[in-house]
Design a protein around this ligand. Structure first.
Ligand SMILES: *Cc1c(COP(=O)(O)O)cnc(C)c1O
Length: 371
């Protein structure tokens, strides 16, 4: 994290109804609208990690027995389907092979057979490194009278997220990935159609904690009579505000460009080392790179060796366990110098495992791609 975010967390803690704190909340909502690129009034950070955002969207928009279609192309799509199931919805999934995007035509065919109230998909599937093009899915959902919901947990603050321009009815994210704050908050945004849906519910939202209309009585922009719902995690909100300030000071476009440049350097370096990316170039997710583990290499041993150089990368989930590494460059860590130190350490670890590599080829290619 940026030291400014850490320092913000050390700000003296005041009460959750203190007028000075209400001003902090207003900043956070306003900054979140800018980062989500939305005018949605219902935009706030929930107390909880990204999964709380997922749960909030499902329990607010769905009532028991409602039909929902979930696109599943990886672990987090599976989790969305599971959360919707536990909310009592009737879940239909449209699947894609892990490492590939969802096919909007298949979603449309499924909706023709079985209409749904909500269509949900993962914009940036962290388990596979695929960035899902959102436009066609949102369009298909709306054509079939469904609300469109996107998981933007790994995309927000790293790659373009355009809630209003894409017509998303609800979206959620987390504080600890692209935004560079500590884990613990889940920014969410709900548009007008989603609110109509919530207002026309026949049953109360199953979760008291994540009931959006109650939360808005506390968060509501400019609301004079802020109503206590649950105690806000004050220090986390200080941290999120500072992280959002940093994002907006840099500028969203400049940030996307920085992360894109680091991604291009990394891929150039890895390919020059003879390694292969899991995902086709047009669907690669810049902040989260999935690298295929070469034949005969012990993926976990490479990860352990990297820890000696203070570098932690992640393994694959589910069907990709032991088959890929997941290399993230997000927030303040997405810097060219970090790509070079990663590639140097990675090359060392792979050569120790017996992989034959031309020494320095990855570094040279990455440096050349930095421009
Ligand atoms: C990390 C992640 C989540 C879950 O977020 P937590 O903060 O771990 O609860 C959900 N969806 C995607 C795509 C993620 O990457």
């Amino acid at each position: 994290m940026d030291p400014r975010v850490l320092r913000a967390m050390a700000t003296p803690v005041i009460g959750h109804l203190d007028p000075a704190f209400l001003a902090v909340m207003d900043d956070v909502s306003q900054f979140l609208r800018q980062v989500f690129r939305t005018r949605n009034e219902f935009t706030l950070p929930l107390s909880g990690t990204g999964t709380a955002g997922m749960e909030a969207v499902m329990v607010n928009l769905l009532e028991p027995g409602d039909e929902v279609l979930v696109g599943v192309a990886g672990y987090f799509g599976q989790r969305m389907a599971e959360v919707a199931r536990r909310a009592g919805a009737r879940v239909q999934t449209v699947e894609a092979e892990w490492g590939t995007p969802l096919d909007p035509d298949r979603i449309e065919a499924a909706l023709r057979e079985r209409p749904a109230r909500v269509v949900a998909f993962v914009h940036a599937e962290t388990s596979t490194g695929v960035l899902q093009p959102p436009g066609p899915i949102v369009e298909v959902a709306h054509r079939h009278g469904a609300l469109a919901v996107a998981d933007c947990v790994t995309s927000l603050g790293s790659v373009p997220v355009e809630v209003d321009a894409w017509g998303l009815d609800a979206a959620y994210s987390c504080s600890q990935k692209g935004l560079g704050a500590p884990p613990g908050m889940a920014p969410v945004t709900f548009g007008e159609r989603a609110l109509e849906r919530i207002r026309s519910r026949k049953s109360p939202v199953q979760s008291f904690y994540l009931d959006m209309t109650q939360l808005m009585a506390y968060w509501g922009d400019g609301a004079r009579d802020r109503a206590y719902h649950h105690t806000a995690p004050i220090s986390m909100i200080y941290a999120l505000r500072e992280a959002l300030r940093l994002v907006l000071e840099e500028g969203l476009e400049a940030r996307w460009e920085r992360i894109g440049r680091v991604h291009r350097m990394l891929v150039a370096g890895l390919e020059a080392m003879g390694l292969r990316m899991l995902v086709a170039p047009e669907y690669r997710l810049a902040p989260l790179n999935t690298v295929v583990v070469p034949e005969g290499i012990d993926a976990a041993a490479v990860q352990r060796r990297l820890l000696d150089f203070d570098i932690e990368i992640a393994s694959g989930f589910g069907p990709l366990k032991g088959k890929i590494w997941r290399v993230g460059f997000m927030g303040v860590n997405a810097e060219p110098k970090n790509v070079l130190s990663f590639l140097a350490a990675f090359e060392t670890a792979l050569r120790e495992q017996g992989l034959r590599l031309e020494p320095g080829a990855g570094l040279a290619a990455a440096a050349a791609a930095a421009g």
